[in-house]
Design a protein around this ligand. Structure first.
Ligand code: BDR
Ligand code: CA
Length: 332
């Protein structure tokens, strides 16, 4: 790590249990400064995503962080039903109660908030996006120079060699809005894809969230422990090796772990396009060749070159996560 100045991050999210894990990791990490939370539809409807983002920020002692409500549905395809069986009907594992909180939504749309913040701090803001990508696509429309103004974009989404999780080739966030995703991948900004190729390598156990909750004795970590229990039931029902530790994949946390500890990831470089229609809808396709001898439409040479995380040192990032969450980051 060469910098000691915190990264200014706008967190674009659809909370969501792993979204909540990722937010708390970001708030706990001294090198991350969350300057806004922009919400989208995805794991829940956008209205619930916004309620959850406000709630999570408040119970973690950060009601000062602006939260916006964003895009309600995909750009082109019809909207789907949120996966209540994975994240709970409320997105946080069906909490039995919530405390009263006071923070309110920033009235701007998520896309407008992104544009305003990036214009105000050119070259400084990192966008960490862990849901369907409609807010980023709309921000690109509102400010075509956004790619020059943003420091970096890190996306949890997509997959290259690992099987998809909503089709044989598609990951849920990209499948959720493939047209928006293709615009984001080809926009020409510095972009890193953190997809299932690495998130399926990192399994987190409910026990480790209990250890975190026991240490802090705080509503934020108790809420997360509850939510992870629900989420782990889904993943443990699907994957025997995950069930062995009553665990789950940390998906969205990996986007922040890449930001704080890129040295633990191995990257591939190449153009990425998204299949927007047909049976392969939502597939992220990586062109690993330096040149295509007979390039067809859509693969011409001038498309942007993102980087894609292909391998991760799971043990190392797991340790970083645990150490960060066990530190004293929650005010009483
Ligand atoms: C992604 O989909 C959502 O369920 C998770 O929050 C994560 O962003 C994993 O495919
Ligand atoms: Ca998410």
């Amino acid at each position: 790590m060469t910098t000691t100045r915190p990264f200014k991050v706008i967190y674009d999210t659809d909370p969501g249990v792993d979204d909540a894990m990722a937010l708390f990791y970001a708030l706990a990490h001294p090198l991350v400064d969350v300057v806004g939370i922009t919400t989208t539809f995805g794991n829940v409807k956008v209205e619930q995503a916004a309620v959850n983002a406000l709630y999570l920020a408040a119970i973690a002692g950060r009601p000062d962080i602006p939260v916006t409500q964003g895009i309600k549905r995909p750009w082109v395809k019809p909207g789907g039903t949120p996966p209540a069986h994975i994240h709970g009907a409320d997105g946080l594992g069906n909490l039995t109660s919530r405390v009263t909180t006071q923070n309110q939504l920033d009235p701007r749309s998520s896309a407008q908030f992104i544009v305003d913040m990036v214009r105000a701090s050119p070259g400084e803001i990192t966008l960490v996006a862990v849901g369907p990508l409609g807010n980023l696509a709309l921000a690109l429309k509102l400010e075509p120079d956004l790619p020059k103004l943003v420091r970096e974009v890190i996306i949890m989404g997509g997959t290259i060699t690992e099987p998809g999780n909503v089709s044989p080739v598609a990951e849920a966030n990209i499948w959720g809005d493939p047209h928006a995703a293709d615009q984001v991948f080809t926009a020409g900004w510095k972009l890193t894809m953190v997809g299932l190729d690495v998130t399926h390598q990192v399994i987190m156990s409910v026990a480790q969230f209990k250890t975190i909750a026991d240490k802090h004795q705080h509503i934020a970590t108790d809420t997360l422990h509850h939510a992870v229990g629900f989420y782990a039931n889904f993943y443990s029902g699907l994957y025997p090796h995950v069930a062995k530790i009553h665990g789950c994949f940390g998906h969205d946390v990996l986007a922040f772990l890449y930001l704080t500890n890129p040295e633990h990831f191995t990257l591939a470089h190449g153009r990425v396009r998204v299949a927007t229609e047909g049976i392969g809808q939502g597939q992220t396709m990586l062109d690993r060749r330096p040149t295509l001898g007979y390039a067809q439409r859509g693969w011409d040479a001038d498309k942007a070159t993102p980087q894609v995380c292909m391998q991760v040192d799971a043990q190392a990032v797991g340790q970083v996560f645990q150490d960060t969450m066990m530190a004293d980051w929650l005010a009483r």
